[in-house]
Ligand binder design. Sequence first.
Ligand code: ATP
Ligand code: MG
Length: 555
Amino acid sequence: MEELNKNFIENFIDEDLSEGGRCEGMRVHTRFPPEPNGYLHIGHCKALIIDFGTAEKYGGICNLRMDDTNPAKEDTEYVDAIQEDIHWLGFDWGDRFFYGSDYFEQTYEYAVELIKKGLAYVCELTPEQFKEYRGDVTKPAVSPYRDRPIEESLDLFNRMKNGEFPEGKYTLRAKIDLASGNFNMRDPVLYRIRYIEHHRQGTKWCIFPMYDFAHPIQDALEGITHSLCSLEYEDHRPLYDWVINNVSVPSKPRQIEFARLGINYTVLSKRKLRRLVEEGRVSGWDDPRMPTLCGLRRRGYTAASIRNFCERIGVAKVPNTVEYAFLEHCLREDLNEHAQRAMAVLKPIKLTITNYPEGQSEELEIENNPNDPEAGVRKVSFSRELWIESEDFLETPVPKYKRLYPGGPECRLKGAYLITCTGCVKDENGNVTEVLATYDPDSRGGDPADGRKVKGATIHWVDANNCVDAEVRQYSNLFSDPDPDAADKDFISCMNPDSLEILTGCKLEKMLESAVAPAHFQFLRMGYFCVDNRDSAPGHLVFNRAVALKDSFKK
Ligand code: ATP
Ligand code: MG
């Protein structure tokens, strides 16, 4: 690879590929190993970029492997969703799709091999005793069954497999080092008994390998050269290497760890996200406030914006928390360039142009996207009755208010005409029900014929005689605490009670009537919105605010 600014993983790979290196002449081969016990979140996108992206940079390949070693809580729903999300992001594993559980047979054989070599033994400490015997930094662990004869361990392990013992009665442990400063090396458990149905293996197995034993074997069997994972596995690397070096696997992968992605105002752990779903605190894994890929997609995030975000934050060994505002910034950048503009009035009030002929209407041409010369213009109808945002009118203006009020400045209706507010109509309770204005017929398109300066604001509008109603959902952070993921915090109590605002009776430009997901729009002055991919239907349009216009990210 020729690039100058390489990350530390690439430096390791270069070293491995170099002359005399561990992988000289080999093709870089990585894997992405999600556990199918939940939906992928944006943290996984970082891992995907590292796994697939690194392989791609070196002209290598990347496997997708469902890490379904642990039989609990796994589901084909998740397996399917994970594949959909990865494809949506634009990564492809070709025909290299695997299940960790496909290797159960071989993994079992490798365990037998270790027993035969005197490197593993069947232990019968209860989980409580196990803890008690673990030792501490100054005191080595105690393992009374460590010297069990090989034949006896072989027999017991076989019988464990055959279902002769209850759960918890026996475990298989590696014989490594009871005094190791790394507790993962103090004769770790390799296999345990579990009577639980596996989503693919059914009831074939009642002993299951631990991740630390299964993972290096799976990597080696697939010919993975570089096993890239997040930092919490760093302390497990000695065990990873021990397994690779002590069983007769066909290849020797190398594990390299990187820092997990953390984003403020959110949690990135499937366990926590699952709780939000199961306790009904969000509407599902794809709730638009969730940091899951399906949630972000439904919210209006584009695959490009998420990838861009993950690429720009970079790969490092040191954990750091990224600002949520930066994620929003990346989306805004993408949509500012690509989203079609439209007008939508979210909190409408009627505006009547009193000098515009009753019953008349006309079509105006408005730019689809000022940032995209190719995007062209669209026709928007205009008539005497319009909808405008209720906040664009004040009967008594506040200081510096440049929008509509009786006696106020001339304002521009976007792409249409200049108008001057003349008054309003109120109901019996004194609430304003209609704003009145006159227009300058010589200002078609929004500019005065005589070149006079327009002192008021430009406001958006929708033709009340030709528009469509919609429900609009506006979101803010799911958590009001900047660090809900902190170990010492109860993340549920950090939740923002006002993270969803539902607006009904919003008035949209007619052309939005036929909008379907995943269409994105910039609603002028209001933000970027997309059609909700679950609840929107013809006759009942639902839009999600992906992100507001104002950028709070400080570069
Ligand atoms: P979670 O705590 O969310 O359940 P996990 O690590 O158990 O995460 P897996 O499905 O096992 O989830 O993850 C698959 C891969 O994605 C692993 O290699 C893991 O290191 C990586 N990964 C998970 N979360 C992040 C994150 N926040 N940032 C970067 N990589 C991550
Ligand atoms: Mg995991």
